[in-house]
Design a binder for this molecule. Structure first.
Ligand SMILES: Cc1cc2nc3c(=O)[nH]c(=O)nc-3n(C[C@H](O)[C@H](O)[C@H](O)COP(=O)(O)OP(=O)(O)OC[C@H]3O[C@@H](n4cnc5c(N)ncnc54)[C@H](O)[C@@H]3O)c2cc1C
Ligand code: FES
Length: 275
């Protein structure tokens, strides 16, 4: 550890250098960097990532299998995420954090449901599970060319009883249809001790409903519009909750009483919009 790391404040931006770029799909890349803090964050925590000259975005902290390294896995979408996606090896970004709470880690028979880049916190969660846990990972994607982390999930779970299931909306790979239909089938067929989810909010809403209505412990990580990341601006509010500070992870019991979860969110101007 260097002397300036001892004084590192999570609200100060630290500049890191991208050391490796991994193409996951045509639109998703993982950017690996060395850091003293981010490799050790709790599962579900995020960072605010400054893309120089463009913007700052919230990003879940991705694992790296190399010691002392962490990563971000980004899907190119608008200006800022495309800017991050295009940063090459040797390029620099700024990071502050980690922010947010973490998943409550249960044992036994566990179901992890990730849609798109919502799989990132699921991969970190896998590294915190016990070898005695029986783990099912459900990966949701629009089509075959958008599937990623299937082999990583199998690799991380090689010492567990496990099952990695892929579901594509267009049926081009794995199960045919929406991931939430597979969730409903799985929770009907077997008893799970806990369900964890991250991805599009409609997907999380249905997943939480499927588990909570059967009395299964469930947690969802909410990806709301975030500007400050530290509870000041209010852009991430979900009813009375601030996703960045009170979450991002909430349990099913709490979410089932929140009228905004799964229904409406705030756009960049702070105006509520329905999903
Ligand atoms: C806690 C958290 C973790 C996230 N982790 C990841 C991740 O690991 N990988 C990844 O690719 N994306 C992640 N996102 C989403 C990411 O921050 C951006 O939303 C996305 O990359 C699109 O940004 P854009 O400005 O390029 O797109 P735009 O075209 O400008 O916006 C597209 C949509 O992205 C969302 N969005 C835009 N800006 C923000 C913002 N500041 N905060 C939240 N949502 C925004 C809005 O829904 C918007 O409609 C995460 C979001 C949150 C809140
Ligand atoms: S992002 Fe500003 S309060 Fe949550």
């Amino acid at each position: 550890m260097r002397w300036w790391d001892l004084q590192r404040n999570s609200n100060h931006t630290t500049i890191v250098t991208i050391e490796k770029v991994i193409d996951e799909t045509p639109t998703v890349r993982t950017l690996v960097f060395s850091d003293s803090v981010m490799p050790n964050v709790l599962p579900g925590q995020f960072a605010m990532v400054w893309i120089p000259g463009i913007n700052e975005l919230p990003m879940s902290v991705m694992i790296s299998q190399e010691s002392g390294k962490a990563a971000f896995t980004v899907r190119k979408h608008g200006l800022a995420s495309t800017g991050l996606f295009n940063i090459a090896s040797g390029g620099k970004i700024g990071i502050r954090g980690p922010y947010g709470n973490a998943f409550d880690i249960k044992s036994g028979k566990l179901l992890l449901v990730g849609g798109g880049t919502g799989l990132v916190p699921m991969m970190r969660l896998l590294t915190f599970l016990k070898p005695t846990d029986d783990v099912t990972v459900l990966i949701g994607a629009k089509s075959k060319n958008e599937v990623f982390f299937e082999s990583l999930a199998n690799d991380l779970l090689k010492n567990n009883v496990h099952n990695v299931i892929v579901s594509t909306d267009d049926g081009s790979y794995g199960e045919n249809g929406f991931v939430t239909d597979v969730v409903e089938k799985l929770v009907n067929e077997s008893h799970f001790d806990a369900v964890y989810t991250c991805g599009p909010e409609k997907m999380m809403y249905k997943t939480v409903q499927s588990a909570h209505s059967r009395g299964i412990f469930v947690q969802a990580s909410l990806e709301r519009m975030m500007k400050c990341g530290v509870g000041i601006c209010g852009s991430c509010c979900v009813g009375e909750d601030l996703a960045c500070k009170d979450g991002t992870i909430f349990d099913g019991n709490h979410l089932s009483k929140n009228k905004e979860f799964g229904y409406s969110h705030r756009n960049k101007a702070g105006i509520p919009e329905n999903y």
